[in-house]
Design a protein around this ligand. Structure first.
Ligand code: CTP
Length: 398
């Protein structure tokens, strides 16, 4: 939550400016206050009226307005915020920041401020990679300016590469991490969640019944304690939580790649129900059934074990690695062995026999297993289990 936090949002002139409107909505939804400032170029992409309506606040534009100055001078405006966010941060705006130019309201505010600044760059890939832009980025980094993105992908200009502005949810997650209070402030935690889908052919896949509810609840609880959370999720039915960086994946191999790319982390919680096997070779075309022929035999191979891979890392292992154990019999005994086999610090064991209604249901009954022993928690909602686990993680990280 951003209750009572004030954000000065400088919107630069780029096609990604429309995403800044969604960012305003997210900040507002979480209780933060936003004062938007639009550059002259930004007004070509979004209107001051949209920004003002969504922020529920006065909007400042490139003009130095005498009335505005009388109400709140630009120096005060730049300093009354808890955080200044520049999104999209164009090459031009960042060049001004790097060289200390102040020729309009936005650049003047950026030069006058003494509050932390977060930039979300957005530009064409060639512009991003240009040595002069890279020099400016290095200067801003040395000046202690925080940065989120840019991401790599298809761009509005038709090219591909780094330069896309980070998604509003990613920018929001960074804002929260910078402003967070709470025992996990400044900590990065990775959470995996949901099932994975392993293709059989272009239309069929192997999967399981995980809804992703428990993983979503854990990510929400950790973010609630101030953690910066990277939420790596398979195709789950539960909506991803707000205020976390969401990475959507399909297969176990994608999930392992996403987790590895998200490192370093202080802790990692592996709540995903990863498919243990995949097709040794997925068919490139839809498998047809021919009359009188036997059904196709599915030849399976084992997927990488993400939890074990991360737990057994020699360098860069998160200080606390938490796995889950979905069991249908001898829950504590099997889970205790699983913890040792996978080399994780804790295992959250649960009984997923159909009669418990846990898989896909809203409640959970878990036993927390660590090297000292096993501790059973009373059956409660998945949200409660998540909150309890998040508190234990905060205590363990100290
Ligand atoms: N896990 C993983 N990668 C896999 C399989 C499991 O990261 N390929 C993680 C899960 O996210 C969970 C833990 O390992 O945290 C245990 O998952 P579970 O399905 O209970 O165990 P399995 O290794 O699949 O063992 P088994 O099916 O034999 O019980």
């Amino acid at each position: 939550m951003l209750q009572g936090k004030r954000i000065l949002l400088i919107i630069g002139g780029g096609i990604a400016a429309y995403k800044a409107l969604e960012l305003i909505r997210q900040i507002k939804r979480e209780g933060g206050e936003v004062t938007p400032v639009l550059t002259r170029a930004a007004e070509q992409f979004v209107t001051p009226l949209s920004a003002s309506a969504l922020a529920g606040a006065k909007v400042y534009t490139h003009l130095f307005d005498l009335t505005d100055e009388a109400e709140m001078g630009h120096i005060e405006l730049s300093r009354s915020a808890d955080l200044v966010v520049v999104a999209p941060a164009t090459a031009d705006l960042m060049a001004k920041m790097a060289t200390g130019q102040a020729d309009d309201l936005a650049s003047t505010l950026l030069l006058a401020t003494d509050t932390p600044v977060l930039v979300a760059p957005a530009m064409n890939v060639r512009m991003w990679l240009h040595p002069s832009n890279q020099r400016n980025i290095a200067t801003l980094q040395a000046d202690g300016i925080h940065r989120v993105g840019p991401n790599e992908g298809d761009m509005a200009c038709g090219e591909f590469g780094p330069g896309r502005m980070a998604e509003p949810s990613e920018i929001y997650s960074e804002i929260k991490a910078l402003l967070a209070d709470g025992p996990l402030a400044g900590r990065h935690v990775i959470v995996t969640s949901g099932p994975t889908h392993e293709p059989i052919d272009p239309v069929r896949y192997l999967a399981n019944r995980s809804s992703g509810q428990q993983g979503s609840a854990i990510a929400t609880a950790l973010a609630g304690l101030g953690a910066q959370v990277t939420f790596v999720t398979g195709p789950a039915s539960a909506p991803p939580p707000l205020g976390v960086t969401v990475v959507k994946v399909e297969t176990a191999r994608d999930m392992l790649d996403a987790v590895t790319s998200a490192l370093p982390a202080d802790a990692a919680v592996f709540a995903a129900a990863v498919a243990d096997w995949r097709m040794s070779e997925a068919a490139a075309e839809k498998i047809k059934k021919a009359k009188g022929e036997a059904p196709p035999a599915l030849s399976l191979i084992e997927n990488p074990d993400i939890l074990a891979t991360i737990s057994q890392m020699k360098d860069g292992r998160p200080a606390l690695v938490v796995g889950f154990a979905a069991e249908t019999e001898n829950v504590v005994e099997n889970a205790t062995k699983k913890r040792v086999r996978k080399s994780c610090d804790w295992i959250v064991a649960n009984d997923v026999s159909p009669e418990t209604g846990i898989m896909g249901g809203s409640e959970n009954a878990v036993t927390l297993i660590n090297k000292e022993g096993a501790e059973s928690w009373p059956r409660s909602s998945k949200d409660d289990v998540a909150r309890q686990l998040a508190h234990r993680i905060a205590e363990a990280l100290g």
